[in-house]
Design a protein around this ligand. Sequence first.
Ligand code: SAM
Length: 257
Amino acid sequence: MIQKPTPPDWSDAPVVENYTDFSREAFWGAYHWQAAVGLYRSGLHKTKGDVLDIGCGPGWLTFILKDMSPEAFCCGLDLSEEMVEAAQTIAQQKQYTDLRFVQGDAGQLPFPDNSFDLVTSCFSFRLWDDQIRGLQEAYRVVRPGGLVYIADISGDVPLEQREQILDAAPQSGRTFLKLAMEMGIPEAEVRELATKTGIPVWECRIGGMGGYLPTQREVLDWVGEGFPLRHLYSLVQGKDWARELGKYWFHLYLEKP
Ligand SMILES: C[S@@+](CC[C@H](N)C(=O)[O-])C[C@H]1O[C@@H](n2cnc3c(N)ncnc32)[C@H](O)[C@@H]1O
């Protein structure tokens, strides 16, 4: 029987500290892409609204969402109290306001129905105890007309490529990345999970940049509305290992009519 890998202990202070540094360095571009795609696809680039980031860790994606949408109220939620504290510390240092971090579980979100316009999550889905429940919870708390956008590494990174990615990645992040690839949920299974939620409107895209090609109609329309395509590309320059890994990210979008 194949043994399931044990995830990092996200409550352990050295793990929190290492991950905070590594993730900022490694995924800065990816967070910007996720934030931009989430805001533009949900229409929040035009209106002010409420945003939730599930499994926020040290909060980099939450902060970027806030930076890109200064009028929005942004909330990060994480199971680990220590991660929440790390995010709160950064928020205080940077003097962010209208931003909150709370401890909580993706499977039992501490919010009433229809509380947010955009619910997003990065690099956390594979860790949830019950993904179907987590998706249903995310859907429950998003308002009608809103969007749930979940991104994570899939389990489809070919074995021979995993070693190459790890060799090229920063030393400090290799354990996180190795475990993430081992624990990643294959795309076919993500689709099966989404189907089992009973949520009627969903879409699963694969690849970097939210699963979009820069020449796609939607992206061109967003560019017309101010989507910072060039800037986003500049942020992922020179990180070949991250771009390679990006080919195997899944992007699951749930729309609430
Ligand atoms: C790899 S980190 C990702 C953090 C951040 N989203 C990022 O992209 O940098 C995974 C995070 O998911 C959190 N997590 C795991 N299971 C969770 C759950 N059931 N509910 C909420 N957060 C969870 C962990 O505590 C950890 O902070």
